[in-house]
Each structure stands twice: as structure tokens, then as C-alpha cells.
Design a protein around this ligand. Structure first.
Ligand SMILES: [Zn+2]
Length: 300
């Protein structure tokens, strides 16, 4: 596709495009549609992508949960000292995620995952399952922080893991619909009211998410490293996350050192990439709008 055709196509999209963004888009489209230059794309996805689906970040879980901090709710210690409270928090987050819908940004990445001739991998820091529900090829998705919809047995001698459990509520005692307001505080739950392992029958199940103080899943990190080394990344998309936060920061550096280019999709300008040069782009705005626009020539 020529850049002229791409430019004319902008008129069909229902998004305000400044002249600056239009020229930036043309340059981006020329790059991603040149198969000699752009064969391998790595996407780093953070909470900003799901914010566009109305999902709050961990800190913004709101309402009843505002009085707790991450140490109370998202650490192994919190789980062992008050598994009922931690399960109630995750039951709430599962419910919120299941009531959100994948947005056009998720859908654009899902389409990209099925484009022939492009090596594509997404490293997601989100646990909400929206990329998967948006139809992304699971082979192209690494969930570095786990998933709200995975359950793991905590019994040392048991390795039971259940993926893609979308039941809501997970158990009768975790049905929180009528609780959590001022007049209806959450009930205290006994251990036997919480989900237990169907295999060993004694272990308590926990959410398969990465808690503060835990290590990234080695298998996923290895897969990401292998992808980067084997293919050499031509373009890294940093979506809804700050590129200064680990591990995004380290992947950006690796790709830059390989000679790859970077495109940032965020609501705020990244000052580290102060001005656009021929190796970088910044698309400022709602990723649910900017991503489909930017990827349009590949995913149409
Ligand atoms: Zn078990």
C-alpha cells in the first residue's frame, strides 16, 4: 500500500487527527507495511489498555477496597494471614473483569496476532483476560503477571493448576453482589468456605496472579527472551504502560540495541522519547482509538 492511499484512508476514520499525527501515522504505516523492514513486532501491554474498557487499575479498585493497600491484599503473606479477605478482593476483580468488554485496542492486537508473515508476541502485565477474550492467538500472548482466571493449589506436594476458569461467582461464599457497601460489610469467611483443590482435596486454591514479592514466571520470561533473540525485533509497541517501569524498560533497551524501532501508545507523552526521530513514534490518546488507527494497514 502506498503512503498516498494510507493518507486518504485517514478520512474514513472517526478520530480527530492533527496534522502532526497524520504525518507521524504515514511514516508509521510506511514502516509497518514494508516486509523488508518490519517482520517482527513485540508488544508490551499494561493497565492503560484495559482502562479503556473501564477497568480500574489495582490502585483504583475503588469503593470498599480503597482502605486497603497492596500489602493487605496482594502478597503471599496477606493470603496466608487472611485468605478470606484476599479471595474476596480477587472475586471482586474477577467480577469486574468479566463485566468489562475487550475494546478496539485489544481487538486490533488480536487481529495482528493472526496476520500471516508477521512474527508477533505480546508481553502483558494485565491479569484481566481481555486480550484472550478479544480473540488474540494464545500462542502470541505471555501473561507476565498471571491471570485472575487461573487457580493454583497452594499445597506444597500438589501441582494442580486450572486455567480459564470464568465462573462468577467462583463459589457461593464469594458471591459479593450484596456486600461491600457501608451497611453491608463483607462477611468474614472460614477456610472451609474458600475454594479448595479438586485433585488433592486438602489444598486451598489461590488466584494465579503474580503477587508483590514473587518472581516473574520463568517459563514466560524464557519464551520472551527466545522470541527476541531468534527473530530480532524490528518494532516494539509500548501500550498503556510507562516504558520506564521494569520489565518494559529492559525490553525497550534490548530492542533499541538490536536496531529496532519503538512506538508508544499512551495518554501522556513520554518525555524520555522527547522528540520523534526516525526510530520512534508517540501516539498520545486513548489506546482503544490510536492502536486500531496505527495498525490499520496490517489488520484490515
Ligand atoms: Zn491440590
Amino acid at each position: 500500500m502506498s503512503s498516498k492511499e494510507v493518507s486518504e484512508d485517514h478520512e474514513d476514520w472517526d478520530v480527530d487527527i492533527s496534522a502532526e499525527m497524520s504525518s507521524s501515522l504515514d511514516r508509521f504505516h510506511r514502516f509497518i507495511t514494508d516486509p523488508t523492514k518490519c517482520k517482527t513486532i513485540l508488544a508490551l501491554v499494561g493497565a492503560g489498555l484495559s482502562a479503556a474498557s473501564g477497568l480500574p487499575t489495582f490502585r483504583g479498585s475503588g469503593g470498599y477496597w480503597r482502605k486497603y493497600n497492596s500489602i493487605d491484599l496482594a502478597t503471599p503473606d496477606a493470603f496466608y494471614s487472611n485468605p478470606g479477605l484476599v479471595w474476596q478482593f480477587y472475586a471482586h476483580r474477577r467480577h469486574m473483569a468479566l463485566n468489562a468488554e475487550p475494546n478496539d485496542g485489544h481487538n486490533a492486537l488480536a487481529k495482528l496476532s493472526h496476520v500471516k508473515g508477521i512474527n508477533f508476541l505480546t508481553i502483558s502485565q494485565n491479569v484481566d483476560g481481555l486480550s484472550q477474550r478479544g480473540g488474540q492467538d494464545p500462542q502470541t500472548l505471555l501473561e507476565f503477571h498471571g491471570s485472575l482466571f487461573e487457580l493454583q493449589c497452594t499445597e506444597f506436594s500438589c501441582s494442580y493448576v486450572e486455567k480459564n476458569n470464568f465462573e462468577d461467582p467462583l463459589t457461593g461464599s464469594l458471591d459479593l453482589q450484596n456486600f461491600g457497601s457501608k451497611n453491608h460489610p463483607l462477611p468474614s469467611l472460614e477456610i472451609d468456605q474458600l475454594p479448595h483443590c479438586p485433585r488433592c482435596r486438602k489444598g486451598l486454591l489461590r488466584p494465579g496472579v503474580l503477587w508483590f514479592g514473587e518472581s516473574l514466571p520463568l517459563q514466560a520470561v524464557d519464551k520472551a527472551d527466545e522470541f527476541i533473540v531468534r527473530n530480532g525485533v524490528d518494532l516494539i509497541l509500548v501500550i498503556g504502560t510507562s516504558r520506564t517501569i521494569w520489565p518494559a524498560a529492559s525490553y525497550v533497551d534490548i530492542v533499541k540495541n538490536q536496531g529496532g524501532k519503538i512506538a508508544i501508545f499512551n495518554t501522556e507523552r513520554d518525555e524520555l522519547e522527547s522528540s520523534e526521530d526516525c526510530n520512534s513514534w508517540q501516539f498520545i490518546g486513548d489506546c482503544a482509538k490510536t492502536l486500531p488507527l496505527a495498525l490499520a494497514p496490517l489488520i484490515k
